[in-house]
Design a protein around this ligand. Structure first.
Ligand SMILES: Nc1ncnc2c1ncn2[C@@H]1O[C@H](COP(=O)(O)OP(=O)(O)OP(=O)(O)O)[C@@H](O)[C@H]1O
Ligand SMILES: [Mg+2]
Length: 432
């Protein structure tokens, strides 16, 4: 006799009985092994191996992408009853199948036919590239994601992310706002040249750096919407005000303790959606990438550095920033090693930036000293060098503006303009 498909049922309201009776009917090949009152009960039953398929109400309290991911991690497929909700939103939670409701004749087939999950890691991801193309909203566009990362010791990740995004947005020079500050907010055009994302869960600071008075964390807000499966480009744009020219900012969490609000399952959606909003998405990452060893086997457990890891995984290009002094170079060499060992695939090409270059820290020929050291110890042959330029940066920080917007020319501006050029060229090569 064929084995019965075991079902965990977590359905709201009176139709729960109909679902159970339907699945228990003779000849269906299905049996309900648990009737769960809430999500916690469902997750516990799944973790205990009590079933292989979960039938859930789409509006079950707490059901989001993270919860669906945990069911998948337990080897449980998910069939959702949309009831009156829009099926696309329910599908965006990452469930295997969506049926109209308890009375939908397709329910039984959905329970029996959804492909088994052999590999708990192979969760049914929603199609991120379709999301990036902004399905149904005009011609397909796909912006690039650049993660700006680097070790501890404030090497200049934020400075690099801000100035790179500003240059990519065409600030200063011909495309710039010529020093005029523009805050167009939510009413701005949907497609922007660049979007800066503050994903540093240790020391987020983009709101303060760019002089935003409202420090509501835009990234946490859109991560929440993404967890519910409802994030679209206009919602993302609403939470990412335009600060200068065609540069938008998604601000970070206001307290480091709020890191659980930025799970990878949400960040991947945010970054995929960002590709439809902006030509360039530049992510200011936190310095740490290790995962909690104790949680390694529970791939869905919240991870302290999930936001940074999600950015590194999504990135088409990874800019690794170190600082030009003996300690900074040593940290940079270790960081590059560490990047090869992170627990997520990082396929984006690396560009190494050495910041704050100055003779006083590394000797009379700093370019040569830094280039030689990186070639010898890290096999990096073409680091991008950014000089120490206190006056330009201090003036920009004081004004809450980017150097690109404020300063017509300075050594630091020239260096970041060169970096943007390099990023553009690499992205074209990567896309081709
Ligand atoms: N090239 C430079 N010349 C002069 N000052 C610089 C330069 N780059 C960065 N700084 C200054 O160094 C400090 C740290 O820079 P930044 O905030 O960009 O580093 P970070 O790596 O993001 O640090 P954190 O770990 O705090 O996130 C800031 O005060 C910044 O203005
Ligand atoms: Mg920073």
């Amino acid at each position: 006799m064929a084995r019965l498909t075991t079902v965990l049922c977590a359905v709201n309201g009176p139709t729960e009985t109909d679902v159970v009776l339907g699945l228990e009917a003779p000849g269906t090949g299905t049996t309900v092994t648990r009737r769960c009152g809430d999500l916690a009960e469902l997750l516990a039953a799944a973790a205990a191996g009590a079933g292989t398929v979960a039938v859930v109400s789409a509006d079950l309290a707490g059901l989001d992408r993270e919860a669906v991911g945990r069911l998948h991690a337990a080897g449980v497929r998910v069939v959702a009853l949309a009831d009156d909700g829009p099926p696309e939103r329910v599908r965006a939670l990452g469930v295997e199948a969506v049926v109209a409701g308890a009375a939908d004749p397709l329910l039984l087939d959905a329970v029996r036919d959804t492909a088994p999950i052999d590999d708990p890691l192979a969760t049914s991801e929603i199609d991120l590239s379709a999301l990036a193309a902004g399905a149904g909203s005009g011609p397909a566009r796909r912006g690039s994601v650049v993660a700006v990362w680097g070790p501890v010791g404030a090497p200049g990740r934020t400075t690099t992310a801000v100035e790179l995004a500003a240059e990519l947005a065409g600030l200063g020079g011909n495309g710039g706002s010529g020093g005029r500050r523009r805050r167009r907010g939510a009413e701005a055009r949907v497609q922007e040249a660049a979007l800066l994302v503050d994903a540093d869960t240790y020391g987020s600071c983009l709101a303060a750096r760019l002089g935003l008075l409202d420090d509501a964390p835009g990234l946490a807000a859109v991560a929440r919407v993404a967890a519910q499966g409802s994030l679209d480009v206009s919602t993302l744009a609403r939470h990412a005000p335009v600060v200068e020219g065609r540069l938008r900012v998604l601000t970070g969490i206001t307290r480091a303790a709020r890191w659980p609000e930025l799970p990878a399952s949400s960040l991947e959606i945010v970054l995929a959606t960002a590709r439809s909003l902006a030509e360039w998405t530049v992510v200011d990452c936190g310095p740490l990438v290790e995962t909690d060893e104790l949680l390694m086997y529970d791939t869905r457990a919240p991870q302290r550095n999930a936001a940074t890891l999600a950015a590194l995984e999504a990135a088409d290009l990874v800019v690794v920033v170190g600082t030009a002094d003996p300690i900074g170079i040593q940290r940079l060499v270790r960081a590059l090693e560490e990047l090869g060992e992170v627990p997520v695939p990082v396929t984006g090409e690396r560009i190494v930036v050495v910041n704050r270059l100055r003779p006083s820290a590394v000797g009379p020929d700093p370019e040569q000293a830094v280039t030689d050291a990186l070639a010898r110890y890290a096999g990096v042959d073409d680091p991008h060098l950014v000089p120490q330029d206190g006056p330009a940066l201090d003036a920009a920080v004081l004004a809450g503006r980017t150097v690109a917007d404020l300063t017509a020319s300075s050594p630091l501006r020239t260096a970041f303009a060169g970096l943007a050029e390099r990023v553009r060229r690499r992205a074209v090569v990567a896309a081709g």
